[in-house]
Every structure is written in C-alpha cells, then in structure tokens.
Design a binder for this molecule. Structure first.
Ligand code: NIG
Ligand code: FE
Length: 418
C-alpha cells in the first residue's frame, strides 16, 4: 500500500540531483527539508517536499488506499548502509575479549591459533541451517537499529566447503530478509592450520578452486583479502585479486589495520571499490587515494574495541577525499553492527562533524558497496529504505545522544517493518 509520512520535522539527506558519493568539503552538505512530507509507492520514493506543497490529491485519499503516518516532532533519515561486515559467523569469542583485557594483543591471540582460526573451527562444527539461524538473529537486530543495506563477507570457512557454506547462508539472507545484501568472498582472511607451512598451496586453492566455483554459482559480488602483516602480503594480494577480477569480482580490501601494509596502493592499482580499516595510513595513502575512485572506509568500532590508533579521517576529508564508515560487525574485533553508534564514533573519535558522519554512513557507504544509485539518500526513484526517529530537537541530537535508541519506525522497500 502507498505510504505518506507527513508533518516531518526534518527530512534529512535528500538530493534533487543525486550524487554517487560526497568528497572533501561536500561532506558537510546535508540537505534538510523542514516541515516535510514524503510519499512512497511501489517500494520507491515517489515525491517529497514541504507540507505546504503537498498535492491536495494525496491528502484526499482515504485510509483504504494509502497508509498515513504523522511524524510531528520527528526526523526521517535514509537507512544506514553498512558496507563492511562479517555478520555470518558461528558462536562468539568473549574469551579472547577477556584475554585482551588481561594484556594479550590481537596478533598474539591470532598467532596462538585464536582469532579468525578460532571462528573457522566453530563454523566448521556448525550446520548451514544453524549458521543461518544465528546470523538472521543478528540481521533482525541491526534492522531494528536502522540498517537498510549490508555487505557480508565469507572468510571463516577457509576451505572450499565451508566458504561455500558461508556464501550460501549470505544468499539465504538476501532472499529472506528485507535488506539489500551484497556478498564478498574473503577466502584470504587467514591461512588455515593445515596450510601453515605451505601458504602457496592455500593461495593456489583460492585461485584455482574456490574462485571458479564461487563464480560459477554466482555466490559473490566482490573479492576481499586481509592484506596486512601476519596475514597476506602485497604480492599474494595481487595474485588473488587478479584471479577474482578474471571472474568478474570487484576488489574490496582489508588494508593498513596492523601495519602500513601497502594494501591501499594495491587496492587502488586494481580499482578496488573500497579499501577498509586504514588505521596505519598517512600522506602516501591519501595521495594514492586522491587519484582513484576507491572509497576509503573507516571502521571506528573495531579501532575502539581493539584499542588501535584512530584512522586519519580529518586529514582525508581536508585533502578532498570522501570517507565512508562501516561497522565491521564480527566476533573478534567488533561484535556490534550498531551503525548509529558507528556514526557517533565518527564524530567523537574521528572528529567528523554530524553532517560528515551522517553522509559517511549513508551515501558514501552505499558507494562502498556499489549501490549508491539506488540507496543511501532520499531521492526520487530510490528504494524507500528509511527510518523515522523519536522526537528530537535537531538532527545533530542523533549522533550526540550516542547511547540512546532514537529510532521509532523502520521502513524497508516502502514497508513499515516495525
Ligand atoms: O575486519 N581484520 C580482519 N578481519 C576482521 C576481524 C576478524 C576476526 O577477528 O574475526 C576485521 O577486523
Ligand atoms: Fe573486517
């Protein structure tokens, strides 16, 4: 049924001329219509504007033809796009959380066979149905928290069968949930135990067996590599990306989290859609990114959780780059997919303004998952993924009140979900 939301105190993030991303100074542009309406039909945004411009015909329609929501005192935002997650995983890793509190580092835990390998073991012991059930619970949680689109990575399988199991679960989420879902193959997340002393063989398996199979079943949109110290080198990354590209998979990289790894440069070289993390990056990485279409994506939740240095968001924006923010939802470095909190961390930790942070979790993160033509802002013809807030004084109250649940109603594909 068509949906009319009226008397909106502030309609946030609208675009008359939709942009694919916002860069540098433009990140401060956050359009707002005060005292607004929005009209949604057939899953899409049909029109919006000021209440005094609302077509009379819309107001005349009766309740059998149209659903009406009065949003007096409330704001409407485009849904969050979470462009980097590992939300499909088995079990949890709070034991490692406690170990880190006692002083062990993330790398040390990984060296002892914990970390990603620990999750791989749990995933191996979990059936596909059970993995789906665990994951869909998390999906339902993030829908309530305002996320409307999500990228999900494999990477806790680390053998052909289990990687395919993960990607099939991602496909089931795509088919069964109201979210827009993109899928990324991350076989190169860690070298699994049986290949510890023969990493070339594992890379061969990724290139010669996993990628062709995944491509033939159309199980992935993108390919990712954890290009960092202790995981995969720049040369190895290059080989894996080339193999993925040959099968139509666009790169998105984990880069510069643990070390100044060269990941940004190799990502840009292969036209990556995004390079993500970037805690250890500086002037060279910024220069490289300036000559590219690659979206720098920062994950302040994992920097906070692991106590990493904050990535240089301000220098990036001041140099003219766009910045996207994502949750990195995973059991080891960021056990939360709360994008409202990520947006607040953008402000609090990365010194991004409310306008910059809001753009970073909507239009720029939509770009980082290849969907900014249909998602990430309020524009005519875009998919109607949005949420209505509780009553608030201004849009800046939303990132400011970082611990409050301020979401009143979620609307996905034009349907009121809750
Ligand atoms: O993005 N850095 C690599 N991968 C994940 C963490 C995975 C894990 O610890 O399970 C990340 O932080
Ligand atoms: Fe990640």
């Amino acid at each position: 049924m068509p949906l009319l939301i009226k008397n909106i105190k502030g309609l946030i993030g609208f675009e008359d001329q939709p942009q694919r991303k916002r860069c540098g100074n433009d990140m401060t542009i956050l359009n707002q219509v005060s005292d607004a309406f929005i009209f949604i039909e057939k899953q899409k945004i049909s029109s919006f504007g000021r209440m005094n411009e609302i077509p009379e015909a819309l107001l005349q329609k009766n309740s059998h033809d149209i659903k009406v929501i009065d949003a007096s005192g409330k704001f409407v935002f485009p849904s969050f796009c979470d462009s980097h997650t590992h939300i499909v995983y088995a079990g949890s890793r709070e034991q490692e959380f406690a170990d880190r509190i006692r002083g062990l580092s993330y790398e040390e835990i990984a060296r002892r066979g914990g970390g990603i390998l620990n999750s791989a073991k749990k995933l191996h012991e979990t059936t596909e149905d059970e993995l789906y059930d665990q994951s869909i619970n998390r999906i339902n949680e993030i829908i309530q928290q305002g996320t409307g689109a999500i990228e999900i990575k494999s990477g806790y399988g680390l053998n052909t069968e289990d990687e395919i199991k993960m990607l099939r679960v991602i496909r089931r989420i795509k088919e069964s949930s109201m979210l827009e879902v993109k899928s990324t193959f991350l076989g190169a997340h860690a070298v699994p135990d049986p290949f510890r002393n023969k990493r070339d063989e594992y890379i061969g398996l990724i290139i010669n067996e996993m990628i062709p199979l995944i491509a033939s079943e159309e199980l992935a949109d993108y390919i990712d590599v954890f290009c960092d110290k202790g995981f995969f080198t720049v040369d190895e990354t290059e080989q894996i990306l080339l193999a993925g590209i040959k099968y139509g998979l666009t790169p998105k990289l984990h880069a510069n989290e643990i070390d100044n790894s060269g990941g940004v440069q190799v990502g840009v070289k292969y036209n990556a859609l995004s390079v993500d993390h970037l805690e250890r990056s500086g002037v060279d990485e910024i220069k490289t990114l300036l000559n590219s279409e690659t979206m720098p994506t920062l994950l302040p939740g994992s920097a906070l959780f692991l106590g990493l240095p904050d990535p240089p968001a301000r220098s990036m924006i001041e140099a003219g780059l766009p910045v996207a923010l994502a949750s990195d939802y995973n059991p080891g470095s960021s056990p939360s997919g709360n994008m409202k909190l990520v947006m607040s961390l953008g402000c609090i930790k990365l010194k991004m303004t409310p306008e910059e942070s809001i753009n970073a979790v909507t239009i720029n993160s939509a770009y980082a998952m290849g969907i900014s033509e249909t998602h990430g802002s309020i524009a005519k013809g875009k998919i109607a993924n949005l949420f209505i807030t509780k009553e608030m004084s201004s849009y800046s109250f939303f990132p400011y009140a970082y611990g409050s649940n301020l979401i009143d109603k979620v609307i996905l594909k034009g349907e009121v979900i809750s």
